[in-house]
Design a protein around this ligand. Structure first.
Ligand code: ARG
Length: 575
């Protein structure tokens, strides 16, 4: 690990232990980037209070323990430690990073099995913008965990089961399989659902057929199951089109919809009842995990079997958590799902603990996805009120990107490729770059802007580095330096690049892709400063300087490319 901030943290902790005793070895040295040096450590002030000593005196004692440190340490003000790393240290770390195929990024040891539940659209409806964000955030988390050496098991918990399927199958029969399949494949799930619904509400005969169909479906009747498959296969083909357009890594092998758990529900309930974890309450089988009360102060139930014997969303999630812990052997389970389901997941996790199904060694986490809002700050909808279709939204982003680059003179093929990368990249990056649990306003103008913390800005930064190599007729892989730091902008860029591994680890540990976004943006900005101040190919630049600067360009390119790839943002070669 070469991240300067982490190296410093460890060194200052060591100094604290040496100066004040080993009980201080784990104290947070409060190291922050500084205006006056590379970093500033603020620990002396808080420690002084506890030790009842003068802060400057404490700071001096820490400084004395840092005498062999590869940099200079100064005590300033009331007791700040200003720390500046030696150029030679940064330089040698940067050289090592350049020579390392993994760019100084370690792997998590021991490696973990991480189950990631994400995307999970509902088959009875159109996949909508809400599912866009869980798909994009979940996919980035999957990529990050894999990059750090964990085993990732993707679980697409489709809503593909339940009472609406009775009326959906009857409607499919009414309009004919072929027509139904064509509609569903085209992403007209909402229209299909609404047509079925209105017949169900207005037509007694249809309603009766739909009810009978639910029972035959639940009993596993082969004809009905075939029809269910016809419906689901067509729907999944549509979902796959969206995944492909988005460049999401989900495949059919990751499908683990609600229907998969159907055969397990009876046993799930029986086991919970016989162990005493679940009890009957007003005819329904319920779990009462401690600490949950309703508005009337009564314990809040998690209903796993309704009084009519039916199963619901919570039943399936109880079966799923057991399966994930017991069969998939998860060390960590991430549920990337809308924040409006927070209570549901807190109850499911608590209930699973109550049942002894979620040992302390396994962590179940709800990665809450904030609601998507329109520019007016309201829940995102089209003007006429329905929620906007995902495909339409993505197409609009691509069209706008195409318009933005139409004056660049690319041939049609290239133009199309770049417009796709920029449009899709912009949508994905906009989702990723704000913290996943905050509400999020969809604003095409902002996300497609070529300035600021946007995909086009970052894509452009990497494309510009590539063009430097094209102009200089150098293969980036051959730009091996050596890196020799001179100008302040070179030093600042190198210092930034060294933080890559630590950012990936933090982002992955905390499930917060927006941190990686902030880092990539800061890196691109540092590169822009460097490129403005430090000519690379210009005549008169001496060969050693040129080699060093090309190496910095190559290292930046690899960091940007790898970082964007881990976010799932496509990187066009030219822009
Ligand atoms: N299909 C659900 C929805 O659209 C999300 C499922 C999330 N995963 C889970 N295990 N409950 O709201």
């Amino acid at each position: 690990m070469t991240d300067p901030q982490i190296v410093l943290t460890e060194r200052v902790q060591q100094a604290l232990a040496n100066a004040f005793g080993s009980e201080h070895a784990d104290a947070d040295p409060l190291i922050r980037p500084s205006q006056f040096a590379d970093f500033q450590a603020n620990v002396a002030m808080s420690l002084a209070k506890r030790l009842r000593r003068a802060p400057r005196e404490v700071a001096e004692a820490i400084k004395a323990e840092l005498s062999d440190f590869p940099g200079t340490v100064e005590v300033s003000g009331p007791g700040f430690l200003n720390i500046t790393l030696d150029d030679s240290w940064i330089q040698s770390e940067a050289r090592q990073m350049l020579a390392d195929p993994r760019l100084g990024v370690g792997t998590i040891t021991p490696s973990q099995t991480v189950v990631i539940d994400y995307s999970a659209p509902n088959a009875a409806k159109e996949m909508h913008v809400g599912h866009l964000r869980t798909t994009i955030v979940g996919d980035s988390l999957a990529r990050l965990h894999e990059h750090l050496g964990n085993t990732v098991i993707r679980q697409n918990h489709l809503g593909d089961w339940g009472t609406p399927f009775g009326m959906l199958i009857e409607h499919l029969l009414d309009i004919g399989e072929e027509a139904a399949v064509a509609q569903l494949e085209a992403g007209m799930g909402t229209e299909f659902y609404q047509a079925a619904r209105s017949k169900f509400d207005g037509d007694e005969d249809f309603k009766l057929r739909a009810r009978v169909r639910v029972t035959t479906l639940q009993s596993g009747d082969p004809d009905t199951m075939r029809l269910w498959h016809v419906f689901m296969d067509a729907t999944i083909r549509y979902f796959n089109k969206v995944y492909e357009l988005l460049g999401v890594t989900l495949t059919d092998a990751d499908l683990a919809g609600e229907s998969m758990y159907n055969p397990m529900l009876e046993k799930t309930c029986d086991d919970l009842e016989s162990s005493g974890a679940a009890v009957l309450s007003e005819g329904a089988l319920c779990l009462f995990p401690p600490g949950f009360t309703g508005s009337d102060d009564k314990p809040l139930p998690l209903i796993i079997r309704k009084s009519d014997g039916g199963y619901g969303y919570a039943s399936t999630d109880m079966a799923a958590i057991r399966y994930r812990v017991h069969d998939l052997k998860a060390d960590r389970i991430l549920y990337v799902v809308g924040s409006e389901q927070a209570l549901h997941f807190r109850m499911v996790f608590a209930a699973a603990q109550l049942a002894g199904w979620l040992p302390d060694t396994v962590s179940a986490e709800h990665v809450q996805i904030g609601m998507m809002l329109g520019k007016d700050g309201r829940r995102f909808k089209t003007r006429s009120g329905e929620s906007i279709k995902l495909m339409d939204l993505l197409q609009e982003a691509i069209d706008r990107a195409a318009a933005a680059i139409s004056d660049r003179g690319y041939d049609a093929e290239l133009q199309k490729e770049i417009a796709h990368a920029v449009g899709i990249g912009a949508v994905k990056y906009a989702d990723l770059s704000v913290s996943h649990d905050s509400e999020y306003i969809l604003d095409f103008d902002r996300m497609l802007g070529f300035t600021g913390n946007t995909a086009p800005y970052l894509q452009y930064a990497q494309a510009r580095i590539r063009s430097i190599f094209r102009k200089g007729a150098v293969d980036p892989a051959e730009a091996t330096g050596p890196i020799v730091l001179g100008a302040p902008a070179e030093r600042a860029l190198a210092l930034r690049l060294l933080g890559f591994g630590a950012v990936l680890e933090q982002t992955t540990a905390d499930s917060e892709p927006h941190r990686l976004c902030a880092y990539i943006y800061a890196t691109a900005t540092a590169f822009t400063d460097f490129f403005e101040q430090c000519p690379v190919l210009k005549e008169g630049v001496d060969p050693d300087t040129r080699a060093s600067r090309l190496a910095l360009c190559a290292l930046t390119l690899r960091v940007l490319e790898t970082g964007l790839d881990l976010l799932g943002v496509p990187v066009p070669e030219r822009m």
